[in-house]
Design a protein around this ligand. Structure first.
Ligand code: NAD
Ligand code: GLY
Length: 360
């Protein structure tokens, strides 16, 4: 079992990563100062696969478990779902010490995290991520949110968990498409932070796609280590943390314009990372060899890497300016200068982007 500490002073916590550690959840909880009534938030799919193990582990450790099952899919990451969970928590007598345990992928984690951040002005949150994307990204760092009909993650908070427990074994039941989506965020860490990690991924992408446990532990550990370093330096995205959004400006536009149906979040990020790398190359910031490596790794991970043909440049541009990262009308683009290093650019004009898009 590997332990990574996210050092945030009073809000510090551990990320435990290993094979077969899910049944130990109750024991881990006992080491935290939390109440005996637990609100376990999950979805029907994950509950069917892992609900019994988790519930038994918590019950055996002396916790009373209330199950808040939410729908499976991005469309359930809403205030209406949060409200149902507040009702359950309130009616069942959950108090300020009653922890919320999020068992699932990013949708469950973000929604349960938002409920934990807001119920009684904040109760303890434990993230138990069950998708690769959630293990390497969404469960760590404290961004919690629900969607608004007009935009994704519009209603949210920074609210750190008090523990993240990532059991690699649960990835055995994860559909291949979701493994690939997680790989997009993993490749992102190589591009933004570590050429060494990127090279490792180039050598081991086959083993990862084949589900090799040792390789999976390594990438979850390395991704969490990088994310922890970035979040420790800039918890609430005053500056540096924006690099974690590499590939997300275009990615979010693609997701929104295809109504969150055509691509998973990770797939859209794959397209966005390649688009941002091509933009960096067109501005002579990134060399052709590095651009080719980025394109090749995204492609080998089995991710889409071209913008859908039918999307109009005007519509993509329009979405850029709706992004919640637009401040004072300025777009923020994260562009690589080489593999392992990115710049946060706020000086890209509409004309530069339109000229670039004509190169498609
Ligand atoms: P998801 O939560 O929708 O899960 C994908 C699918 O996998 C679902 O159908 C789910 O039921 C299923 N699943 C989960 N665990 C499983 C398992 N072990 N075995 C079999 N099936 C399993 O998708 P996701 O990619 O995990 O998360 C995407 C969400 O995360 C988006 O809402 C995105 O905005 C958010 N996100 C948040 C952050 C953050 O920092 N908070 C970062 C990245 C993404
Ligand atoms: N996923 C981006 C962040 O956590 O900041």
């Amino acid at each position: 079992m590997e332990l990574i500490k996210v050092d945030l002073g009073a809000r510090s916590y551990n990320i435990s990563i290993g094979s077969g550690i899910l049944p130990d959840l109750g024991r881990y909880l006992k080491e935290l100062q939390v109440g005996k009534r637990v609100l376990l938030v999950t979805n029907s799919n994950v509950w069917r696969l892992y609900g019994k193990i988790v519930k038994e582990s918590l019950s055996d450790a002396g916790y009373r478990v209330l199950v808040g099952e939410i729908g499976d899919g991005e469309e359930y990451k809403t205030l209406a779902t949060a409200e149902r969970l507040y009702d359950l928590a309130y009616q069942s007598g959950c108090d300020r010490l009653s922890p919320v345990v999020a068992l699932g992928g990013g949708v469950v984690g973000d929604t349960a995290g938002f409920v934990a951040a807001t119920y009684l002005r904040g109760v303890p949150l434990i993230q138990v991520p069950t998708t690769l994307l959630a293990q390497v990204d969404s469960s760590v760092g404290g961004k919690v949110a629900v969607n608004h009909p007009r935009g994704k993650n519009i209603i949210g908070a920074f609210y750190q968990p008090c523990l993240v427990l990532a059991d690699i074994d649960v990835l055995k039941t994860l559909p291949m498409r979701e493994i690939r989506s997680g790989l997009a965020e993993i490749i992102k860490y190589g591009i933004i932070w570590s050429e060494e990690f990127f090279s490792w991924l180039e050598e081991n992408i086959g083993a990862l796609l084949a589900g090799d446990a040792g390789s999976l532990v390594h990438v979850v550990q390395e991704s969490c280590r990088i994310k922890a370093e970035v979040v420790e330096a800039d918890e609430t995205e005053g500056g540096l943390r924006a690099i974690l959004n590499y590939g997300h400006t275009v990615g979010h536009a693609v997701e929104a314009l295809t109504r969150y149906k055509k691509y998973t979040h990770g797939e859209a990020v794959g397209i966005g990372m390649v688009a941002a790398a091509r933009l960096a190359w067109s501005l002579k910031l990134l060399g052709f060899a590095d651009l080719s490596r980025i394109e090749a790794l995204v492609r080998r991970a089995g991710l889409p890497y071209e913008l859908p043909e039918n999307l109009l440049v005007e519509d993509i541009m329009e979405r850029f300016y709706h992004d919640k990262k637009v401040i004072g009308g300025n777009l923020t683009f994260v562009l690589p200068g080489c593999i392992g290093k990115v710049d946060i650019r706020k000086d890209l004009t509409r004309d530069i982007l339109i000229n670039f898009s004509k190169m498609r």
